[in-house]
Design a binder for this molecule. Structure first.
Ligand code: F6P
Length: 358
């Protein structure tokens, strides 16, 4: 019978376990396959750290955040940081052959899909399942984890409204989103945020300050600003933040909100406070939408593996489920298009995106 390895790569997010459960249950119950779970993403493949997964091992995890397999975003086999950035892909191939695997299901984000694509070229049969709170994978309209992160961020901004209103403050709320503003846009519109700053639209400090002043003048003595982690000022003096940590070049959380607060203080006397939502956006139980998305994508990945269709990522496009070749996804980022309908709706209800609209 079929032997399939499964791993969860990159950062954790809500709904990974739901996807893992769907893949495992579908493969074992419907396709009579044997499933092996690699621990800590590609690290487990390199080190051959693996556990058999029976359908009972995944029962009860549908509602749990994180990943029971563990994750790692430092374990790209082509740039393997635990061994000083060495190419250990040969080790991956050895694991794949030694365990006599027919295919690998990789639940992950952009990094995982790029690795999956390179391994495809080496002869590994892979199906990807898209997950990331950032929603920035090309080829799919939604990634597992995004909906939950938006709900969490929306709830947080709702709560921040209380202090903003009571204390007549400018409250800056920083969402995650290194390269794309999907979370900031959706949570911002959902919470009626006054200013939304996205990496896709470079902001002008004066415009943001104008919004605060105009609101003040009209009797709205507070302003909420949602800023995505990767947002940038237009005027040129880009603040390239410190390296995120020793292994990644991720922009340090909290950098942009601090910078923006300082910039606004040069223009306003109002009291300003910042809140960095950070990793709380990646935690917690997945929403019903993320659970159903993960279940559908996971079962489809299992079916594709059983059929022998690999080298693809399962995806949702215009409410229909499909699959996209990995080579169309690898190395790309899906940013918010400027004609996204939610930007237009935001503008219609008076939200500013940090640039003067003529
Ligand atoms: O990729 C998801 C993400 O949430 C980014 O928006 C953020 O920059 C990053 O994870 C932070 O990850 P880490 O946990 O590695 O600091």
């Amino acid at each position: 019978s079929l032997r399939v390895g499964v791993l969860t790569g990159g950062g954790d997010c809500p709904g990974i376990n739901a996807a893992l459960r769907a893949v495992t249950k579908s493969l074992t119950l419907q396709h009579d396959a044997e499933v092996l779970g690699f621990l800590d993403g590609f690290r487990g493949v390199v080190d051959r750290n693996v556990e058999p997964l029976h359908y009972r091992d995944v029962s009860g995890i549908l509602t749990r955040g994180g990943t029971i397999l563990g994750a790692s975003n430092k374990a790209d086999p082509f740039n393997y940081l635990p061994r000083g950035g060495a190419d250990v892909s040969a080790q991956v191939m050895r694991t794949y052959r030694t365990l006599d695997l027919d295919a690998l299901v990789a639940i992950g984000g952009d990094g995982t899909m790029s690795i999956a694509h390179r391994l495809t070229d080496l002869g590994v049969d892979i199906v990807g399942v898209p997950k990331t709170i950032d929603n920035d994978l090309v080829g799919t309209d939604r990634t597992v984890g995004f909906d939950t992160a938006v709900s969490t961020a929306t709830d947080a901004i709702d709560r921040i409204h209380t202090t903003a209103q009571s204390h007549h403050r400018v409250m800056i709320v920083e969402t995650m989103g290194r390269y794309s503003g999907w979370i900031a846009l959706h949570a911002g519109v959902a919470s009626g945020t006054d200013v939304i700053l996205l990496p896709e639209i470079e902001y002008e400090v004066e415009t943001v300050a104008d919004v605060c002043r105009d609101r003040e003048r009209s009797g709205q003595r507070f302003t909420i600003v949602a800023v995505a982690e990767g947002a940038r000022r237009k005027e040129g003096d880009y603040v390239v933040q410190e390296r995120g940590d020793e292994y990644t070049d991720s922009i340090r959380l909290g950098g942009i909100s601090r910078v923006l607060a300082d910039q606004l203080r040069e223009h306003l006397d109002t009291s300003i406070r910042t809140t960095v939502l950070g990793h709380m956006q990646r935690g917690g139980s997945p929403t019903a939408y993320d659970r159903t998305l993960a279940t559908t994508l996971g079962t489809r990945a299992a079916t594709l593996v059983a059929e022998g269709t690999t080298g693809v990522m399962v995806a949702v496009q215009n409410d229909a489920f499909t699959q996209v070749p990995l080579d169309e996804i690898a190395g790309k980022t899906r940013t918010v298009p400027l004609d996204d309908p939610l930007i237009a709706s935001g503008l219609d209800v008076g939200t500013s995106f940090g640039v003067a609209v003529s």
